[in-house]
Design a protein around this ligand. Structure first.
Ligand SMILES: Cc1cc2nc3c(=O)[nH]c(=O)nc-3n(C[C@H](O)[C@H](O)[C@H](O)COP(=O)(O)O)c2cc1C
Length: 312
C-alpha cells in the first residue's frame, strides 16, 4: 500500500494546506472516534496532514449498552456514547503512544459537562508536550443548561470559546453540531470567541427500526447518523459556514474518496477528514490522497487555489 502513497508524493507541494496555526503536509485527517493507531497497520501514516483522536472526557466513560452500531442503506447509526478512558489515562498512557508513533500534528478532541470543566481539562492538556491543537466537541450536554448541548446556543459557544482561547496558544478548533437551526450564527460565535478554526459536521440525529418486529436497531433508540447519506447536508453546512466566517474549515460528513474531498474543498474546506469511510474501506485515506494528488497535478493547481471557489 505504500506504493499508493509513494505515487502521490510528487504532488506533495500541491497537497499542502493550512488549518489555522497548523501547516499541514496534506489536507487530510481522520474524524474523531473513527480511527486509531491500529489503523496504521494498513498504510503509511504520512498521508495524513494531522491526526485527531477520539473525544476524551474528564472521567472515564463506559459508553452506551449494545447494540451501538447499525449500518443503514446509506451510512451508519452509532450510539457509542463517548466511551473513553478519561483524561488521566489519556495523558499517562495514550498520549505517550501518540508521541511515539505520530509524525504529523496531533489534535486532541475533548469535551466537558460545564465550561469550568472544559477549562480545567485544557489546563491539564496544556502541561503536556506533543499536542499541536485541540478539537472542542460541543455536541455534548451542558449540565448547567438543562442538559442542552453546548453547541446549539451561540452565547454559550461564544463564552466557552473565549475562555478556552485565553488559556492556549495552540490550534483551537471548535467542532460544530449540525443539529441546530442556524449553523452560521454558531460559527460566528466561535470566530468572535477567538478560535483559530472550525470543524464540521458532527453526526446528525438518526434512527433505524426493524420493520418486522418494531424494535429499534440500536439500544438507545436515537443515535448519531454519519456516512455517505449525510454528505449533501455536510456540504451545504460547509458552504454556509464558509460564507459566514473567515476561519479555516476542517470538513467531514460522508467523505469516502478524493472526489468527495474535492467537493468539500470547492465548498470552502481547507482540510477534510475521513470518518465512517474508515470502517468501510481501511485504505480510504491513502487512496483519497493519491487520487487528490493526481487530480491536482493534472490541473496544476494546489489545494489552496480551490478552497471556496465553488461556482454558484
Ligand atoms: C463510531 C463513531 C464514533 C464517533 N466518535 C466521535 C467522537 O468521539 N467525537 C466526535 O467529535 N465525533 C465523533 N464521531 C463523529 C465523527 O467524528 C464525524 O464528525 C462524523 O462521523 C461525520 O463524518 P463521516 O460521515 O465521515 O463519518 C464519531 C462517529 C462515528 C461513526
Amino acid at each position: 500500500m505504500n506504493d499508493i502513497w509513494r505515487n502521490s508524493r510528487h504532488a506533495g507541494h500541491l497537497l499542502k494546506s493550512r488549518l489555522g496555526k497548523l501547516e499541514l503536509s496534506t489536507p487530510l485527517t481522520v474524524a474523531s472516534g473513527t480511527f486509531d493507531l491500529e489503523n496504521f497497520e494498513f498504510f503509511d501514516p504520512a498521508c495524513l496532514g494531522a491526526f485527531v483522536c477520539k473525544t476524551i472526557t474528564k472521567e472515564p466513560k463506559k459508553g452506551n449498552p449494545p447494540p451501538r452500531l447499525f449500518e443503514t442503506e446509506a451510512g451508519l447509526i452509532n450510539s457509542i456514547g463517548l466511551q473513553n478512558p478519561g483524561l488521566d489515562v489519556f495523558i499517562n498512557e495514550k498520549l505517550p503512544q501518540y508521541r511515539d508513533k505520530l509524525s504529523m500534528p496531533l489534535i486532541v478532541s475533548f469535551s466537558g459537562s460545564t465550561i469550568a470543566e472544559f477549562c480545567a481539562m485544557l489546563e491539564s492538556l496544556e502541561r503536556c508536550e506533543g499536542i499541536a491543537g485541540y478539537e472542542i466537541n460541543v455536541s455534548c450536554p451542558n449540565v448547567e443548561n438543562e442538559g442542552i448541548a453546548f453547541g446549539i446556543d451561540p452565547d454559550v459557544v461564544f463564552a466557552l470559546t473565549r475562555e478556552l482561547a485565553a488559556i492556549t496558544n495552540r490550534e483551537l478548533c471548535v467542532k460544530l453540531s449540525p443539529n441546530v437551526t442556524d449553523i452560521a450564527r454558531i460559527a460566528q460565535a466561535v470566530e468572535a470567541g477567538g478560535a483559530s478554526s472550525i470543524a464540521l459536521i458532527n453526526s446528525l440525529w438518526g434512527m433505524a427500526i426493524d420493520y418486522r418486529t418494531g424494535c429499534s436497531r440500536i439500544k438507545k433508540g436515537v443515535g448519531g447518523y454519519t456516512g455517505n447519506g449525510i454528505k449533501p447536508v455536510a456540504l451545504a453546512l460547509t458552504y454556509k459556514v464558509s460564507q459566514a466566517v473567515k476561519l479555516p474549515i476542517l470538513a467531514m460528513g460522508g467523505i469516502y474518496d478524493w472526489q468527495d474531498a474535492l467537493e468539500f474543498i470547492w465548498a470552502g474546506a481547507s482540510a477534510i477528514a475521513v470518518g465512517t469511510a474508515n470502517f468501510v474501506n481501511p485504505l480510504a485515506a491513502p487512496e483519497l490522497i493519491m487520487g487528490l494528488g493526481e487530480f491536482l497535478l493534472t490541473q496544476n493547481k494546489a489545494v489552496r487555489d480551490l478552497v471556496g471557489k465553488v461556482q454558484i
